[in-house]
Design a protein around this ligand. Sequence first.
Ligand SMILES: Nc1ncnc2c1ncn2[C@@H]1O[C@H](COP(=O)(O)OP(=O)(O)OP(=O)(O)O)[C@@H](O)[C@H]1O
Length: 341
Amino acid sequence: MIELKNIEKNFVSNKKVVTAVRDVNLTVPAGEIHGVIGYSGAGKSTLIRCVNLLEQPSKGQVLIDGKDLTKLSASGLRKVRSKVGMIFQHFNLLKTVTVYENIAIPLKLAGVPKKELDARVQKYLQIVGLEDRATNYPAQLSGGQKQRVAIARALSLEPTILLSDEATSALDPETTDSILDLLLKINRELGITILLITHEMNVIQKICDHVYVMENGSVVEQGSTIELFTNPQHATTRKFLNTISQRQLSDSLIDSLHVTGDVTRLTFIGASTGQPALAEISKRFAVTPNILAANIIELKNGIVGNITVHLEGDNAAREQALQYLEQSGIQVEQLGGLVYA
Ligand SMILES: Nc1ncnc2c1ncn2[C@@H]1O[C@H](COP(=O)(O)OP(=O)(O)OP(=O)(O)O)[C@@H](O)[C@H]1O
């Protein structure tokens, strides 16, 4: 379990104090995957580097499995740090040695006996699917394969926690997916707790249980991934969600669709995604729903469907139809400022 309590980090740059992280609190229970998302400069890297004290926080406490890292001796800190692996955007592999040595060297430094060392390297190369690449050099591997080696290197020290600093940001979408699948597999099969930072909403969507949105050093919104995808509160969260599915239709798009009435967004969560809700309101009330946009988003812990409709019908019929949808567990939200004439 990771607990950050009131973490603040200040840097002095050109005689000015820059507060990179301010009063951040977060708890990642054992076995979960939590993600911190934010734009460049939000403070994500500084925050994640505070977790293993690569950055010493200016204020606050960092607890790993209940132990406050800021209060430990150097040897105590080394012991707790060995439970915390880390992977990076640019992989940080040694270029002049083989894949095998990249994994073996940190094990030697950690004092793992030679006999066990070989078994560990083979085991983790197999877990990341690179057992046939042991004698290759990093230059002979693709970006995705390099990240797999970095993951094997981190796992071979058998941590309980993995920190991921933009691990997929240098990869194409398909390779990103395969690395995210690998992170999910090690979370599920090895029970490893993961805290990641990213600027990509699809990373949050695919593997996170819980999300923190960061801006100017602070967490401006947090919640379960499903909560954030269905009921975002902060403008920055909404902007990130727009990168996955367009939440708001612009006035010009509505005009171009010749829509003259209400535009309503319906959000279906879990079981409600299977309901024939639009067919039902057409049958029950004197309304005609025209679908303007629709999508379905698969999250780690569920499915969220969105349909944006233009609902035709008189005021009373539309009100009854929307009430019926809400009573069926569907979230109803009016978009734009258009009022039915
Ligand atoms: N060593 C440092 N000295 C001075 N200022 C720093 C230092 N490291 C980070 N900062 C400042 O702290 C703020 C947060 O930076 P940080 O790298 O943590 O953000 P980020 O969200 O990870 O952004 P990016 O994704 O671009 O790395 C920025 O204003 C940055 O300039």
